[in-house]
Design a protein around this ligand. Structure first.
Ligand SMILES: [Zn+2]
Length: 442
C-alpha cells in the first residue's frame, strides 16, 4: 500500500510505502508498483498511531462498563493504536492465572495492547512475571477503583522485584494520610445528589499527590527502578517526579478541565486524582507544552451514566478518554497552544521509549505501520453519543476535537471515518476493520 502526498509534523510532504505490517519507505516521491493500492493523503497530516499508556478496559469483571471490543474500537476511532491496560479488574491482574484470564478477554482487541501486572498484599509475583506483562502497575499508593492500595513495605518489595525483572513501575501517587477527611466527614452527604462535587477536590488534596510522588521516587532512587508517575494532576506533583528522576504523565482531564467545571459536570467529573484549581490546571498545561511532562495518557476509566449519577461519596471515580485524547491535543496544536511535534512526542515517541515498545511510535522504515490520517483544519464538536465507548458519555462534551479520518494498525485499516465506498457512517460495524490486535510483549 502507498500513502501519497501526506504531510508529516516536521513539515515534510512524503509518500509512505507499507509492506505487510511495516513501514517500508518514507520518501518525497515513490512510484506505485503495478499491484499496489494507493491512498491519496493530500491535505492530511500523517501521524504515528497514538499510544495510550493508561487505560482501564474493565474486562474481566465489569463488562457492563466497557469490553475489549468497545474499548479498542473507541481507541481506534480516536487515533490510538496501542493501549496499556491496568490491573484493577476482577479478578485483579496480580497472579499468572488472572493474567491469563485478562489475556483471553483481550483477544477481542482490534488494536495492539500491553497488559500490566498489579501489586497487592497477596499478589503472586513468580507466576505473574512468568507471563508477558508490559509493566508493573499502576501500583496504587492509595485506594481507588478496585481497592488495590498497597502498604509502603509492599510497595518497596514490588519495586525491588521490578528492578530484578527489568520492568517499568507505574505508580498511582496519592498519600491517603494527607486527605482532608474532616471536609468529607463534615459533609452532610445525605442522599448525595445535592452534594457539591467540588468537595472531592477538597478531600483528595494536592499535597497528598506531591508527598506520594516524593515517597515513590525516594524508593525508586534507592533501588534504581524505572519509575513512571501516572496521571500527575498538579505542578507540584510534576516537579517532584522530575526532581525524583521519574517520568510522568498528564491526563487530558487535568489538562483541559478544572474545579471550575465541576458545577456542570457534577459527579461525572469525579476521578482520582481529582480536578484541581484553574491556576494549577494552567501550570500543568505549561509543563505539558514546554516538554517537562513526558507523556499524555488518558486513565480511560468508564462507568455507566447511572453509576456516575450516584451521590458524591458513592459514585465511582473515573472518566472515559481514550477516544478524545488525540483529537483534543490536535485541536490545541491547531490553536497554536503547542506544536504538532510536541503532540507526537507526548503520545507516540515518548511512551514508546518509556515502555520499550521498540517497533512503535515513529514513521520510519522498519517501524510498525500504525498510522493515523487527520485533516488538521477540520475540528468537530465532541459528543458523548458519537463516541464508541460502552459508557456513551464524555466529560469533554461541547469542546472541539480534530478526529482521525483513518486509523491503521500494522498496515491494516482499523477505522475509517467515512468509508471510501460511501457506506452508511452511522453503522459502527461498517467503520471498523477486522483487525486482530496483538500483545506487544507476546
Ligand atoms: Zn490511578
Amino acid at each position: 500500500m502507498l500513502l501519497t502526498n501526506a504531510e508529516l509534523v516536521d513539515g515534510r510532504t512524503v509518500d509512505c510505502r507499507i509492506d505487510g505490517e511495516q513501514i517500508a519507505a518514507v520518501e518525497p516521491e515513490l512510484d506505485p508498483a503495478p499491484d499496489e493500492s494507493v491512498i491519496d493523503a493530500a491535505g492530511n497530516l500523517l501521524l504515528p498511531g497514538a499510544i495510550d499508556a493508561h487505560v482501564h478496559f474493565r474486562e474481566p469483571g465489569y463488562a457492563h462498563k466497557e469490553t475489549w471490543t468497545t474499548g479498542t474500537r473507541s481507541a481506534a476511532a480516536g487515533g490510538v493504536t496501542t493501549v496499556i491496560d491496568m490491573p484493577n479488574t476482577s479478578p485483579p491482574t496480580t497472579t499468572g492465572e488472572s493474567f491469563d484470564t485478562k489475556a483471553a478477554a483481550a483477544e477481542q482487541a482490534c488494536i495492539d495492547y500491553g497488559i500490566n501486572g498489579g501489586v497487592t498484599g497477596d499478589w503472586e509475583p513468580d507466576s505473574l512475571f512468568d507471563r508477558p506483562l508490559c509493566a508493573l502497575g499502576e501500583v496504587f499508593l492509595a485506594d481507588s477503583t478496585g481497592d488495590m492500595g498497597v502498604a509502603p513495605d509492599d510497595f518497596a518489595d514490588a519495586v525491588d522485584r521490578a528492578v530484578d525483572e527489568g520492568v517499568t513501575v507505574t505508580v498511582h501517587a496519592e498519600d491517603e494520610t494527607l486527605f482532608h477527611t474532616a471536609a468529607r466527614d463534615a459533609d452532610a452527604g445525605g442522599p448525595g445528589r445535592a452534594a457539591n462535587a467540588d468537595l472531592w477536590s477538597t478531600y483528595r488534596t494536592a499535597e497528598a499527590e506531591a508527598a506520594a510522588v516524593d515517597y515513590a521516587t525516594d524508593v525508586g532512587q534507592e533501588t534504581g527502578a524505572d519509575l513512571h508517575i501516572a496521571h500527575t494532576s498538579t505542578p507540584e506533583g510534576i516537579d517532584a517526579a522530575v526532581d525524583g528522576g521519574a517520568t510522568c504523565e498528564v491526563c487530558p482531564h487535568h489538562l483541559y478541565l478544572s474545579r471550575a467545571d465541576l458545577d456542570e459536570l457534577g459527579t461525572h467529573g469525579r476521578m482520582n486524582p481529582p480536578l484541581r484549581s484553574e491556576d494549577r490546571r494552567q501550570a500543568v498545561f505549561e509543563r505539558v507544552a514546554d516538554g517537562t511532562v513526558d507523556i499524555v495518557a488518558t486513565d480511560h476509566a468508564p462507568h455507566t451514566r447511572e453509576e456516575k449519577d450516584a451521590g458524591l461519596w458513592e459514585a465511582p471515580s473515573g472518566v472515559p478518554g481514550v477516544e478524545t485524547m488525540l483529537p483534543l491535543l490536535l485541536e490545541s496544536a491547531r490553536q497554536g497552544e503547542f506544536t504538532y511535534e510536541r503532540v507526537v512526542d507526548l503520545v507516540a515517541h515518548n511512551p514508546a521509549e518509556i515502555f520499550d515498545l521498540e517497533s512503535k511510535g515513529r514513521i520510519a522504515p522498519g517501524y510498525d505501520a500504525d498510522l493515523v490520517l487527520v485533516d488538521p483544519d477540520d475540528p468537530r464538536a465532541i459528543r458523548g453519543d458519537d463516541t464508541h465507548s460502552k459508557c456513551g458519555w464524555t466529560p469533554f462534551a461541547g469542546r472541539q476535537g480534530v478526529f482521525p479520518e483513518l486509523t491503521m494498525v500494522r498496515g491494516q485499516v482499523v477505522y475509517e471515518r467515512t468509508p471510501a465506498d460511501g457506506r452508511d457512517r452511522s453503522d459502527d460495524d461498517e467503520q471498523f476493520g477486522d483487525v486482530d490486535g496483538e500483545n506487544v510483549r507476546a
